[in-house]
Design a protein around this ligand. Structure first.
Ligand code: CP3
Length: 365
């Protein structure tokens, strides 16, 4: 399949009309006019869906990420069910790190667990650089999905160097990121070597996904909010910039997202993304002032609001669509991932409501 038939990259001119590169989602990322505010949900494919739980009943998480048929089916489930404006590849941020030779597993109820946490320069050097052959299952899954999705764009993703480094240094999930910060402050050279290596792995991993036809990429720096702005700028921003600015010529929008990043939004928007993801703590009009007029925003319904009565959900969705008008482009999303206990029917209703509210207002204006 050539890039031309996917209609995503638009390397030689305008996007194909009606193709994924001309979709409301990609147009909003590019700050172009849209027929309605596009909407997708982080973790839309996953534990909130009974059809997902059924597929995963006897298959481990990493194994499911390495089976293109399962990846494709799981990725498509929320698109069929909710009518979202974009699909996101089903995978995990540690998949490329495992492909780079790090011994790890994803433990149910815990998350990624690393057998031998990174402590030394030798540990860093053992993290191999990767190419398409190391993640051929991702390449294959993306190609299957692009063929299946038609006009609906597929978002590829990766974890950002800081968030990946946190798992590698802690050995697993951490509330304080204490070991990570101790290494960062105490052995800055080793820290920068680790993050530089992770940035190279991440850049290659995203290039594989883009070559295979994804219409956009999102770089998740989920735990960056643990840092002050000064430390973020010194220890993290250069490495996230390697990844995001390294994709400037790739022809697809780049989204950058973290949680608890109110104080970092300005700095994060300097890393080279076209769209900055915002969690629920910062209203989108305030976030837009921090991010600047030349970036679109994505967000930012509190995922726990979806557990509240519908009247509360409706009020919050309307508020967010309204505040998103302050930005030059708005992709509706949650402020973080869908919680497992979310009623999927509420998600479907949110998609319809976002479309309805934003389309009606566009006609008037
Ligand atoms: O819905 C699901 O969560 C089921 C599948 C699953 C994923 N990762 C998919 C995923 C599971 C069980 C994991 C393990 C895992 N990995 C966890 C959850 C631990 C648990 O059981 O509660 C965590 C926190 C990780 C590490 C991780 N993965 C992070 C920090 C991120 C970045 C996004 C975020 O949530 O902050 C990921 C990405 C990820 N894992 C995605 C998916 C489908 C990203 C794409 C998306 O948003 O859909």
């Amino acid at each position: 399949m050539t890039t031309d038939t996917t209609g995503t990259a638009a390397r030689d001119g305008e996007p194909r009309p009606g193709g994924p590169a001309d979709s409301p989602f990609v147009r909003a990322c590019r700050r172009e006019p849209v027929p309605h505010t596009p909407v997708w949900f982080m973790r839309q494919a996953g534990r909130s869906l009974p059809e997902y739980r059924e597929i995963r009943a006897n298959v481990g998480m990493l194994e499911s990420c390495r089976r293109p048929d399962l990846v494709a089916e799981i990725t498509l489930q929320p698109v069929r069910r909710h009518g979202v404006d974009a699909a996101i590849l089903f995978s995990d941020i540690v998949v490329p790190v495992a492909a780079a030779g790090v011994d790890l597993d994803i433990v149910p109820g815990t998350g990624p667990v690393v057998a031998e946490p990174v402590r030394t320069a030798e540990d860093v050097e053992r993290i191999r650089l990767i190419g398409r052959d190391d993640v051929s299952y991702v390449d294959e899954a993306v190609r299957l999905l692009v063929a299946e999705l038609g006009a609906t764009p597929l978002i590829g993703f990766a974890g950002a160097p800081f968030t990946l480094a946190s798992y590698l240094v802690e050995g697993g999930p951490s509330r304080t990121h204490a070991k990570t910060k101790a290494l960062m402050y105490g052995q800055p050279e080793l820290w920068h070597a680790l993050c530089a290596r992770l940035a190279e792995v991440t850049l290659s991993f995203l290039r594989v996904q883009i070559e295979a036809g994804v219409s956009a990429v999102q770089l998740f720096d989920s735990w960056a909010g643990a840092l002050s702005e000064a430390d973020y700028r010194r220890y993290v921003l250069p490495h996230s910039t390697t990844v995001l600015s390294g994709l400037a010529d790739a022809g697809v929008p780049r989204i950058h997202f973290g949680v608890g990043t109110a104080e970092l939004l300005g700095a994060m928007s300097e890393a080279g993304a076209d769209v900055v993801g915002v969690d629920w703590r910062t209203p989108l009009d305030v976030a837009t002032r921090r991010i600047g007029p030349d970036r679109a925003v994505q967000g930012n319904l509190d995922p726990t609001v979806l557990l509240a009565p519908w009247s509360v959900v409706e009020t919050e969705v309307r508020r967010i669509v309204e505040q998103g008008r302050a930005a030059p482009g708005h992709v509706f999303n949650l402020g973080h991932g869908v919680l497992p206990e979310t009623d999927p029917e509420v998600l479907t209703r949110v998609v319809a409501l976002v479309h309805e509210v934003s389309a009606r207002r566009a006609e008037r204006g």
